[in-house]
Design a protein around this ligand. Structure first.
Ligand SMILES: [Zn+2]
Length: 324
């Protein structure tokens, strides 16, 4: 399915994509128990799929200066439209120039969705020495972790714009699955308790095992093919539709326990890279103190007023104070 390796770098599998451990998501999930002993291994497995079969695959369809295509323009059929390929990269065009502002989020999304798709493959699980009994739990942990990241990432959504490409692609995933799951085949739901101002993220494990691969396959196909043939338009429509944090999702984010979001943000923000107009990357490091944390957030997000964060602060300020 993915015959072209475009680049292989040294991969550090310990480099963790945002991952939620079992004990950290109590309160998010009420229905399923997980019996996997080595849950850290799921994170390594995800990173491997993300880097090698996500970023590591995909052919860009091009025409060169002499009018030669690097694919068979007569015979190649776009699986989405069932028609011949109509868009491709012109000489000098790259993925980054064509997809500009969304390129990083789409590429990270492509790699993440690839992992969430291939986790269903028993041969892949075998390579990482998961056994038959662990099959469903491995899928469950990887998907749950992604959904939780999708919610927590809403913190990087300010005034209709996303500041973090990972947060954007993970929210798109959550939003897409939530809005497109069929009746009777629901995978993810939120049980909201207005009185307690809390919610539980509920995953129907059975439906996830049966229908999850199909639904992530839909998103993956859309993004993967768009990248290969340089079809910016189709993917822009898709992103514009699913990147919007509506009132329902804002409400959910507002109910995330405050201490949890602070903890997550500290992990994310204490070291960050910054690139200026000349694209020179600078690593900023901050001390692991409240002051270091605040400084990192200000440097990253500026001093703009953020309504969601402010509401959360006012809501949780007192209990937070008492617990000190
Ligand atoms: Zn990546």
């Amino acid at each position: 399915m993915f015959p072209y390796f475009t680049q292989i770098d040294t991969i550090n599998l310990g480099e963790n994509v945002s991952y939620v451990k079992e004990d950290a998501f109590s309160g998010y999930n009420s229905l399923n128990s997980v019996s996997l002993n080595n849950d850290y291994q799921v994170s390594i497995f995800k990173t491997a799929l993300h880097e090698l079969l996500g970023h590591g695959t995909g052919k860009l369809f091009k025409i060169d200066e002499n009018g030669n295509y690097n694919f068979d323009i007569e015979k190649t059929i776009n699986p989405l439209t069932k028609e011949k390929i109509k868009t491709y990269y012109l000489p000098g065009e790259t993925y980054e120039t064509k997809f500009s502002s969304n390129c990083r989020a789409l590429e990270e999304g492509r790699a993440d969705y690839m992992a969430l798709y291939l986790v269903f493959d028993k041969r892949a699980q075998n390579i990482f020495e998961f056994n038959e009994n662990e099959y469903e739990d491995v899928i469950y942990i990887m998907w749950l972790s992604m959904f939780v990241s999708g919610i927590l990432g809403i913190g990087s959504y300010h005034n209709g714009k996303w500041k973090n490409p990972y947060s954007l692609e993970r929210f798109i995933f959550l939003n897409y699955v939530f809005k497109n799951q069929e009746l009777g085949k629901e995978i993810v739901a939120f049980n909201i308790d207005e009185a307690k101002n809390s919610f539980k993220l509920v995953i129907n494990k059975n439906n996830l095992i049966n229908y999850g691969k199909n639904i992530v396959g839909e998103i993956l196909m859309k993004i993967h093919i768009a990248k290969c043939i340089g079809d910016v338009k189709s993917v822009e429509d898709f992103v514009n539709k699913y990147q919007v944090v509506d009132e329902y999702m804002k409400n959910i984010y507002g109910m995330v326990p405050f201490t949890f979001t602070v903890k997550k943000q500290m992990n994310v923000d204490l070291i960050m890279e910054e690139s200026n107009e000349k694209q020179i990357i600078k690593i900023n490091q901050y001390p692991s103190t409240p002051l270091g944390f605040i400084k990192s957030v200000v440097d990253r997000f500026g001093l703009d007023y953020n309504e969601i964060t402010y509401k959360q602060w006012t809501k949780y300020y007192d209990p937070f104070k008492k617990s000190q």
